[in-house]
Structure formats: C-alpha cells, structure tokens
Design a protein around this ligand. Sequence first.
Ligand code: SF4
Ligand code: SF4
Length: 228
Amino acid sequence: MIVGTRKPLVEILEMVKPYHRLLLVGCDTCVAESASGGRRETSELAAALEMAFRVAGTDKDIRETCVDRQCIHEFLLAVVEAAAEADAVLSLACGAGVQALAARLPKTPVFPALNTQFIGETAERGLWLENCRGCGNCLLGLTGGICPITRCAKGLLNGPCGGARDGWCEINLAREITPPVTCAWLEIYDRLHSLGQLNRLLEPLPPKDWSQGDAGGPRRVLRPDQRP
Ligand code: SF4
Ligand code: SF4
C-alpha cells in the first residue's frame, strides 16, 4: 500500500486560505490504513481547519467527502459533482489520487493535504515500513522475499557492505532512526538459511535492468486483454 503522512496544519492553511468554499476529499484505502487520509482523518482535518480559521476570525464553508480510491476515475464521479460548489479542493489521497482528482477538475484548484511517503507495509500499530521501490523487475524470488533495493540502505544486490554492527545497518550511525534498521543482507542470509537455500548466495545476481524502473520517465502498464 501507499503510506502517507499529513502535512503540517500551518502548511495546509497557507495553501487554502485564499479560498472560501473548501471541499476536503479523503481516500479510504491505503492512506486510511496509514492513518493519514481516510474518512476519520478527513473529518479531523475539516474540524482542525474550521477551528483554525475561526480563531483567525475568518468564516469558511468547509465540506468533506470520502471515496474508497481517488486513484480510480470511476470513484471520482460523485466527487466531481460535490466539487462543483467548491472554490478549491483539498485531497487527502496519495500523489496519484491527487492528480487523478485534479485531472477531473480542470477549473478547480486541487491541493495535497498529505506527503506521499512510500510503498510499504503496516508492521504494527503506528509503524509503517518501506519495502518496495517499484523497480519494475522484481527479484524477491532470488533474495528470499526480502528486497535489497529498498531495505539495504545502499541498494546492494550481491551481499553486505561490511558496515553492519551487531546485525544493525550502518545507516543507524549516520542518523537516528526509530526503530533502528536491521541489515537487509543479514535478514536475507537468515531467511535463505532457514529455507535451506543458502546456495542461492553462491550465484551472483546478474546486473539489474534498471530501464524498467523510474529512471526512464513515467511508466505505463498497458494490458490489451483488459482494454475495452
Ligand atoms: S525488487 Fe523491485 S519490485 Fe521487487 S520488492 Fe524490490 S523494489 Fe519492489
Ligand atoms: S549494513 Fe547491510 S543493509 Fe546497511 S548498507 Fe550495509 S549491507 Fe546494506
């Protein structure tokens, strides 16, 4: 899923302050799971904006709605209708959702209320971990299901750098990270060991084809069998 965090209220206020009628649009899937842009967070942000504007002596018309997925155009039809009354829209979706919504609203300013962080997993309550960079050419089958591109701070493909200390990645020495980051290559080793597949490490991984990643500009997936 996509993990997002809400922008500071002061930044959001600055973006929307010129507009009187505001529509907040939540997205009740990924960013709901990361507790930043779902239905509940949309209501909380609406209340916070209302309060902040009232304290500043400004009267605003703040409305809210929420869809299951802002990144899918079919879900946006009802939002487009609701946005007809708005001077500006504040989206609590990830960057993809914000852009899909903006494409549907050519005459209405659309602002992001979140900072989109990464593709990750919910490890436990209140803890989300980045674990995929969408490289377009997945090699998890070779590394025991642990992504060295994402989870090794140096993106090393053929073993550790040698800087780990007591199982922790040396990135922890450079900056404070809570909880600290383990050495991905130690995890890969342990995992392959428990799978009885340590022999995989004897074969160097071939040079990676980065052309499928994001270095070559925006990517497209076209599935002719799914097209109308
Ligand atoms: S190898 Fe690529 S696609 Fe697979 S998890 Fe890592 S970044 Fe994601
Ligand atoms: S300590 Fe491990 S995870 Fe960290 S950069 Fe080196 S090999 Fe990668």
